[in-house]
Design a protein. Sequence first.
Length: 247
Amino acid sequence: MAPRPPQPIGLSHAFSGDHAWCRERMMLVDELEGGIPLPEFFANGGFERSINRYAEVSKGKDRRAVVSMWSLYYFAGLTIPYILARRLAGQLLPVAFEEMSIALHDDGLPRAFGVHHRGSIGEAGEADDFGTVGPLLDSHLAEVVSRLKVCGIAPKLCWNNAAVYIDYTLRLTEPDSVAGRPAPDLPLFVRGCLPNGGPNPFCGSVRQVEDGGEMIQRRKICCLRYMLPGVPSCGNRCALPSQRNPQ
């Protein structure tokens, strides 16, 4: 009998070295303490309770800002591990909304996600930007954006919050980033249509601009973090000129 290939430490071989923190953000459901299936979490009041809890802890008065900040943690924990596994290990993680679980920190913010299995393995880096993000877009992001918008934040804001982490991780795994050469705006954020002909919700959400002699990625829509006490600005990446260098 042929020996079995070694199991990754954590959910993916990509979750090592500088990316070892991903082991605490995405794992098998059996290893996720306090996990709640996502459909149940959003349907049975779990989401509202988590937002209320974070509003209480953060002392945020504007519910849009509270929900937007909550979604930043959600999208970071979901998209960064997913893209790292896809790009670095050729691993297509099973991230369909209906099949995942979520666990929270005491302050109500998302702590980790659970999946039911390790997914399938192909060739690392084989998909372009649209191919990499497509399964995540089709099976998860559109669904969760529809749940978030009922709390009063615009879908465009939700998509922009997801886009900043997707752009970051795609650039992190691009050959140009290894060589230290800034890549131009990625096709995912430039093209108006998806490969299937549908509208691209990421179009224009992140663009590369020169600021003080440095090339940076700037958001199109502000995440409203400036409305929350004690939350640091995202600096010159912010969509609002007045918030790029707050006094």
